[in-house]
Design a protein around this ligand. Structure first.
Ligand SMILES: [Mg+2]
Length: 148
């Protein structure tokens, strides 16, 4: 399957739109980021795995957060939390473990994040900016990488 390893702060939650949600404890997603993420999913059939530290609150919290922001499909998991390891290492572990189940095996992926602690996975990073998040340019790049 195709997977988007998705950060939240600086990607879905941005400096240009700091509003607290009334439905969960945290900030709302920026509408343009939501629109762009949906377009990536529609055009590539990719699924979402969350890499953000918000995942420490648990998968049901993430699910609630995504649904409250209008993303009702595509969220399938989160990367493991490894002490003293980079985000790239956590993503690599998720990919390695996905090989155990053919129906969940990651075949193609992109990482969308405003930081760059991806180690050997740097070539798969689409880097966003805290203020603008998942903008048009990042969306197009992610689609291209997932369809290549
Ligand atoms: Mg971030």
């Amino acid at each position: 399957m195709k997977v988007i390893f998705l950060d939240l702060d600086g990607v879905m939650i941005t400096g240009s739109n700091q509003k607290l949600s009334s439905e969960y404890d945290g900030y709302v997603f920026t509408p343009t980021s939501v629109e762009h993420l949906k377009q990536i999913i529609d055009q590539t059939g990719a699924f979402i795995v969350v890499t953000s530290t918000y995942r420490k609150a648990g998968f049901s919290y993430l699910k609630k957060m995504f649904e409250a922001n209008g993303i009702t499909e595509g969220l399938i998991g989160q990367t493991p939390v490894l002490a003293y390891h980079s985000r790239g290492r956590e993503i690599q572990q998720y990919i390695d473990e996905s090989q155990l189940d053919p129906s969940l095996t990651v075949e193609k992926f992109v990482i969308i994040d405003d930081h760059d602690d991806m180690g050997e996975l740097m070539p798969f990073l689409v880097q966003t900016k805290w203020h603008s998040g998942l903008d048009e340019e990042a969306k197009n790049k992610a689609i291209q990488m997932l369809l290549d």
